[in-house]
Design a protein around this ligand. Sequence first.
Ligand code: G3P
Ligand code: CA
Length: 259
Amino acid sequence: MTAAAGPLVFAHRGASADLPEHTLVAYERALADGADGLECDVRLTRDGHLVCVHDRRLDRTSTGRGLVSARTLAELDQYDFGSWHPGARGAVERVPVLTLDRLVRTVLDGARPVRLLIETKHPSRYGSDVERRLVALLSRYGLTRPGPRDQVRVTVMSFSPLALRRIQALAPRLPTVLLLEVVPPGIRLRRLPFGARVGGPAVDLVRARPAIVEALRSGGNGIYVWTVNEPADIDLVIGHGVDGIITDRPRAVLDRLGR
Ligand code: G3P
Ligand code: CA
């Protein structure tokens, strides 16, 4: 883990406080801000493409309507994924949907190390295909066996233990994070399910039940906390010595860390 060097700072959906989430401009801003890594959510289109979209529906973050999973990539390409956000107002060009393939190629083409945190969203009508397609994509780029000296290193996250089980079966060397909004019954924090070595609690959970930090750590697990935006929350998780801070405001967190 990274405790000695301080926490990794991950840009949640890119620098998404400033720019529309899950767009290339938001990720490029996060890298320019100095983020160690990028977080993204992935969903499958009707024709099997992984796209970076958080909500099941298109309505909040694009000019489209309806379910992401009911559309083909060509259909999604007709919508604007930027104009809803104040940070993109006045932009002349339409902001296209971001495919995971494009995001991966962007970080691989970049000149510096990047940690990519990919969250598979469930429930999905395509079930296990989400992880199958993800592993197939990562394999094409040689990213399923990240090594310490690799410029781009991928970690897969999910709230769904079954999703992590599929990743363990398909790509056993890919690190995984079990995301926790609450602590579900039957989950042992010392020994996370299906080989996950990092727990990903919500910052609200850390605030309400700080003992979970020690419970995770006592099992040798890393701790990545989301979504840490407010100064008091940033100080809280820095005080706990967590390994990763997932934030919409990477520059603010880096400033707080003196980086
Ligand atoms: O990084 C974890 C966090 O993103 C989980 O919640 O809803 O923002 O995907 P959500
Ligand atoms: Ca997420």
